[in-house]
Design a protein around this ligand. Structure first.
Ligand SMILES: [Zn+2]
Length: 309
């Protein structure tokens, strides 16, 4: 009896142990969105930590010494790319002195490489103009189709770094993709009645989201990405919103709501605080919940405001 129990325990221990004797891959991501996708793909073969919190503006994150400690231990760093993190991440990566995760090394993955990027400038755009989107729109994760592409890039990178676990990562990728397909169908059907609803957003965070779910973004509270509102731009926006009868203003949680509220008073529009990232509000704990939350928020607001009519 005792011997039998011993065999059962030994079998359980074997089943729980990873197929390879290697330690878990230590993954650090720039944002919580990438962390959520990396956890889906990596399962129990990886540990994942994000640097920026979802309630922070990902363009402007305050550097902390603890970030460098995380980077020192990382086997892999995954970034959003398109210069989203250029204002804060490169000095941290450099100071970590971790050769594995320097740009161009095997342990550095730019998640934008296979994603569909919108708003790629055709003319000359430099950061000197103050525009924080000089390489196209970096908020591409807000389309679940891009979520699948990012997951594939991550799975391929995991397999490259841990070849023995390739089948495991491929299986987790397939499972994630299939659950995301199902969820996306549900989100699309929730949004279908409101196709073409005109909205205004604070920053250009939602073009991928709007394209996927058929919203029409007519203007922005910021005159250019990264440039705070000016009185003239605000006045022009109010006039345009009145002319087109626009009733919804989406504001990312990290922007001052003073100007959006003033615009709302003038136009009768509703201001919605809409998180563009996992961790943007406490209910949004993973990539699926991000769309669940945002789509419910918009659908409720459109119903109440009559903006969809
Ligand atoms: Zn941006």
């Amino acid at each position: 009896m005792l011997k039998h129990l011993g065999t059962i325990i030994a079998t359980m221990l074997l089943a729980a142990a990873p197929a390879s004797a290697q330690s878990k891959l230590n993954v650090v991501t720039a944002t919580e969105d990438l962390a959520s996708i990396a956890r889906e793909v990596g399962g129990d073969r990886v540990t994942v930590e994000a640097i920026a919190r979802g309630y922070q503006d990902p363009h402007f994150v305050e550097a902390k010494p603890s970030f460098i400690l995380k980077l020192q231990k990382a086997d892999l760093l995954i970034v959003v790319g398109r210069e989203l993190e250029i204002g804060w991440l490169p000095p941290l990566v450099q100071q970590s002195r971790n050769q594995k995760i320097q740009p161009g090394a095997n342990g550095y993955l730019d998640a934008s490489l296979n994603a569909t990027i919108l708003e790629i400038p055709t003319g000359q755009v430099t950061r000197a103009m103050g525009d924080v989107h000089p390489q196209g729109n970096p908020h591409y994760w807000l389309d679940p189709e891009n979520g699948k592409r990012v997951a594939k890039s991550i799975a391929d990178k995991f397999a490259e770094l841990r070849p023995n676990d390739k089948a495991f990562f491929d299986q987790h990728l397939a499972d994630f993709t299939s659950r995301l397909d199902t969820a996306e169908k549900r989100w699309l059907s929730q949004m279908a009645p409101y196709k073409g609803t005109k909205i205004v957003t604070y920053h250009r965070s939602f073009p991928n989201f709007a394209e996927r779910f058929a919203l029409d973004i007519v203007g922005y509270v910021e005159p250019r990405p990264g440039i705070p509102p000016t009185p003239q731009h605000t006045l022009d926006l109010i006039n345009e919103m009145k002319r087109q009868n626009i009733k919804l203003i989406l504001v990312e949680p990290y922007f001052d709501s003073k100007t959006p509220n003033a615009i709302a008073r003038e136009t009768g529009a509703t201001v919605l605080t809409m998180p563009p990232s996992v961790g943007g509000t406490k209910e949004v704990t993973d990539y699926f919940k991000l769309f669940d939350y945002d789509i419910n928020l918009i659908v409720d607001a459109i119903k109440k405001s009559g903006a969809g009519k």
